[in-house]
Design a protein around this ligand. Sequence first.
Ligand code: SF4
Length: 457
Amino acid sequence: MLLRHTPAEITERQALVINPAKTCQPIGAMYASLGIHGCLPHSHGSQGCCAYHRSTLTRHYKEPISAATSSFTEGASVFGGQANLLAAIENIFAVYDPEVIAVHTTCLSETIGDDLPQITEKARQSGKIPEGRHVVFASTPSYVGSHVTGFSNMVKGMLGVAEPSGKKNGRVNIIPGWVEPADMEEIKRLAALVGVGITLFPDTSGVLNGPLSGEFHMFPEGGVTIQQLKRTADAIGTLAMGEWYSADAARHLDSQFKVPCRVLEMPYGLKATDRFIEALRTVAGVPVPEEINRERGQLVDLIADMHQYLYRRKVALVGDPDALIALTEFLVSIDMCPVHIVTGTPGKRFEKKIRQLTSGTPFPVNVRSSADMFLLHQWIKNDPVELIMGNTYCKYIARDEDIPLVRFGFPILDRVGHQYFPTVGYKGGIRLLEQILGALLDRKDRDEPEQSFELVL
Ligand code: SF4
């Protein structure tokens, strides 16, 4: 009973967060930066922040995460970090020779008020940025928003290199949102099947799910290149996955370079994937390829075959707004019942959208943004569920309440597979269902009395 002090009685709290359902902005910025080829993320703050961001990503991806830090000490904390960042930019290009440095701020440098556009301009004017090399940046104060905000800010920040050539290139930008490297591979595969030329950014496939080759490469093969990022301004359109993750960057391309954008939900599950494929198909002006139709049919077949195990099962969800909106739609579409839904990221629109999606479900629904897992646990105590879906921190609630847990989202610190198997698209929907059914049927096998213990389910 690790959470034995969680009471069932709920007291409204104003200024106290217990077991947050989010992590800090720079972690999102660092993850986005790793999706640029030849990029060294740089944390403008103290060594402790950078160590935390790196270790969280390392534990989730089981890959060493390289990043630099401005290494603030007492002097920088009082007088500002400009000198540290200028020295860092010079040293990083001299020692590691990246194509691009992606700088994000931290709570400390934001509180001091360090001005990244001014400092990077100074670095450029003083010759610290070699010819053909780049520095992009994003402001990521962690006392507002969450890792989702940091991710979004850095995706927009990387567009600092975008420059139109004056001629459209016929390609479509796809901003995939915070998904796994395997998901990014899946999005590229689906686009190739439909026949649409895309620029995916960020793209961590090949960076955080690469093979063990026996050789160390400071900068792995994957990632969107600087040349591709430059040409995002020449695209015929942008498909942005997720309002919170990706819309800011897509709208920036629209307002700055007249690249029209469309914001879609994350392609989790049947309906959201249908909309994504329809959007791709419309751009290409082709019918849906037979291979994709077949994958869709397989997902529908699985739902039909196993529907009796899913019907009216109550679920509690924790995660990021965009991911939870798509996941809720999927669960409702297969007659499961999300009843407690929590995100640590702010956004009243999230609550409204979840209310719309669950309006036809048979049970009362609790939903809250800017909330924590303590509240989720209290809701579960008052109205138990049969399944929890969320990150690894949910395992404490799952253990205490004896509820099966499907790991979904970030971070997943105690299981593998998320790097290698997609959860987007129809194939991803099959994987999600397989995980949900595995958890529910394992529990059924464990708890069923002997007289109704079945071999075939
Ligand atoms: S001080 Fe701020 S930026 Fe640094 S680890 Fe903590 S929350 Fe993140």
